[in-house]
Design a protein around this ligand. Structure first.
Ligand SMILES: [Zn+2]
Length: 94
Protein backbone atom coordinates (compact mmCIF):
# COMPACT_ATOMS: atom_id res chain seq x y z
CA UNK A 1 0.00 0.00 0.00
CA UNK A 2 1.21 3.49 -0.85
CA UNK A 3 1.47 5.84 2.10
CA UNK A 4 2.21 9.54 2.06
CA UNK A 5 5.02 10.34 4.47
CA UNK A 6 5.54 14.01 3.71
CA UNK A 7 3.16 16.55 2.22
CA UNK A 8 4.09 20.20 2.48
CA UNK A 9 4.73 23.44 0.67
CA UNK A 10 8.24 24.15 -0.54
CA UNK A 11 9.83 27.06 1.31
CA UNK A 12 12.11 29.71 -0.19
CA UNK A 13 15.13 28.09 1.41
CA UNK A 14 14.25 24.65 0.09
CA UNK A 15 13.60 25.93 -3.44
CA UNK A 16 16.85 27.92 -3.54
CA UNK A 17 18.97 25.06 -2.28
CA UNK A 18 17.13 22.14 -3.89
CA UNK A 19 16.47 20.37 -0.63
CA UNK A 20 13.53 19.05 1.33
CA UNK A 21 13.67 19.38 5.09
CA UNK A 22 12.44 16.32 6.95
CA UNK A 23 10.67 16.89 10.25
CA UNK A 24 12.24 14.92 13.15
CA UNK A 25 9.01 12.97 13.68
CA UNK A 26 9.17 11.72 10.08
CA UNK A 27 12.68 10.34 10.30
CA UNK A 28 11.41 6.94 11.37
CA UNK A 29 9.82 6.54 7.93
CA UNK A 30 13.20 6.81 6.18
CA UNK A 31 16.45 4.85 6.22
CA UNK A 32 18.93 6.09 8.84
CA UNK A 33 20.75 9.38 8.18
CA UNK A 34 23.59 8.84 5.74
CA UNK A 35 22.23 5.57 4.41
CA UNK A 36 21.73 5.62 0.66
CA UNK A 37 18.36 4.82 -0.87
CA UNK A 38 16.63 5.31 -4.21
CA UNK A 39 13.84 7.78 -4.78
CA UNK A 40 11.72 7.96 -7.92
CA UNK A 41 10.23 11.02 -9.56
CA UNK A 42 8.51 11.73 -12.87
CA UNK A 43 11.76 12.04 -14.85
CA UNK A 44 13.69 9.21 -13.30
CA UNK A 45 15.20 7.88 -10.17
CA UNK A 46 18.27 8.78 -8.16
CA UNK A 47 20.12 7.84 -5.04
CA UNK A 48 19.83 10.11 -2.05
CA UNK A 49 20.25 9.99 1.70
CA UNK A 50 19.02 11.85 4.74
CA UNK A 51 21.65 14.41 5.63
CA UNK A 52 22.01 15.69 9.14
CA UNK A 53 23.38 19.10 10.10
CA UNK A 54 24.08 20.23 13.65
CA UNK A 55 22.54 23.58 14.42
CA UNK A 56 22.13 26.28 17.06
CA UNK A 57 19.25 28.23 15.54
CA UNK A 58 16.28 29.46 17.55
CA UNK A 59 13.90 26.75 16.26
CA UNK A 60 14.80 24.69 19.31
CA UNK A 61 16.24 25.61 22.71
CA UNK A 62 19.35 23.45 22.62
CA UNK A 63 21.85 22.35 20.05
CA UNK A 64 19.95 20.12 17.67
CA UNK A 65 20.03 18.76 14.16
CA UNK A 66 18.11 19.47 10.99
CA UNK A 67 17.58 16.76 8.41
CA UNK A 68 17.07 17.08 4.71
CA UNK A 69 17.15 15.29 1.39
CA UNK A 70 18.55 16.57 -1.87
CA UNK A 71 17.29 15.26 -5.20
CA UNK A 72 19.21 16.89 -8.04
CA UNK A 73 16.87 15.91 -10.86
CA UNK A 74 13.73 17.00 -9.05
CA UNK A 75 12.98 20.67 -9.59
CA UNK A 76 10.92 22.56 -7.03
CA UNK A 77 9.59 26.07 -6.85
CA UNK A 78 8.65 27.98 -3.73
CA UNK A 79 5.02 27.28 -2.86
CA UNK A 80 4.81 23.98 -4.73
CA UNK A 81 3.24 21.15 -2.79
CA UNK A 82 5.72 18.32 -2.54
CA UNK A 83 4.80 14.81 -1.50
CA UNK A 84 7.02 11.93 -0.57
CA UNK A 85 5.34 8.55 -0.68
CA UNK A 86 6.48 5.12 0.30
CA UNK A 87 5.33 1.80 -1.00
CA UNK A 88 6.89 -1.57 -0.19
CA UNK A 89 10.10 0.10 0.94
CA UNK A 90 10.38 2.23 -2.21
CA UNK A 91 10.26 6.01 -2.21
CA UNK A 92 8.61 8.39 -4.62
CA UNK A 93 8.58 12.18 -4.72
CA UNK A 94 6.11 14.29 -6.67
ZN1 LIG B 1 18.25 24.73 13.93
Amino acid sequence: MMSTIIMKRVSQKEAENGLVFIHPLKLKDFPKAGEEFAIKFSKGEEKTRIQEVRCNCTDAPKEHAHHYLTIKGFKMNKGDVVQIKKTEGKYLIE
